[in-house]
Design a protein around this ligand. Structure first.
Ligand code: ZN
Length: 221
């Protein structure tokens, strides 16, 4: 079962199928496909007329194999026109999940890295205390133990800061990988243009692809 589809044809840019020909009117014709996939071609009072298999028509049911001419010379390929009117609403609807998952992953990476970074930085400061308690517990601290605990007290925070910094340096890399994949997945289903980091809910208000040569319908109306 097909959805009803209306394709407006003419020279003006607001048509679904734009034709650049001196004998084609700005709003020349309209092709309608009904739910039974029948095709109806209508002339929109064009200056030079619409022809099907050589005869001028006002309104005529056609098939993709008919020869359609707009004006004096422009031959219209119906199969190409049908492709231009393609309805991408189902493919576009699937992008909502792509966007939601991207945001979810992004937050996950950011918060998990923040936690690890803090952990690495905080842990070493706790160590000397633990060692001090252990040494104290063993009664008289031998000078060897004292030396080791001093060494740890000095080195551990440095190591912790180093590990913490290394961990936080991973964030841009992971986020970059995620963003790279997002640029491949979050694209117009027809022309493949990246839609930007714009919420899906905002994009659906545009209703069709803003790329002039694409104009894929994102919403079936
Ligand atoms: Zn597009």
């Amino acid at each position: 079962m097909f959805k009803t589809m209306i394709i407006r044809i003419g020279k003006a840019n607001d048509n679904d199928y734009v034709v650049t020909d001196p004998y084609v009117s700005r709003h020349h014709a309209r092709l309608t496909r009904d739910t039974n996939s029948y095709l109806l071609l209508e002339d929109l009072d064009s200056a030079n007329g619409t022809y099907v298999n050589g005869s001028q028509i006002v309104r005529k049911r056609i098939t993709p194999t008919d020869t359609v001419k707009l004006g004096n010379s422009f031959v219209l390929s119906i199969s190409e026109v049908l492709k231009s009117g393609n309805d991408y609403s189902e493919e576009f609807a699937a992008l909502k999940e792509v966007y939601d998952k991207y945001i979810e992953q992004k937050i996950k990476i950011q918060s998990s890295n923040q936690f690890k970074t803090r952990l690495f930085q905080a842990l070493p400061f706790a160590l000397p205390g633990v060692i001090g308690v252990t040494v104290g517990f063993m009664g008289k601290g031998s000078s060897a133990f004292l030396g080791i605990s001093l060494l740890i007290a000095i080195c551990a925070p440095a190591a912790g800061i180093y590990l913490g910094a290394r961990q936080s340096a991973k964030i841009p890399r992971q986020l970059q990988d995620l963003a790279d994949q997002f640029k491949i997945d979050y694209v117009c289903p027809k022309c493949g243009t990246f839609l930007g980091e714009i919420p899906w809910e905002s994009l659906i208000n545009k209703k069709h692809c803003p790329v002039t040569s694409c104009k894929a319908k994102w919403v079936n109306e």
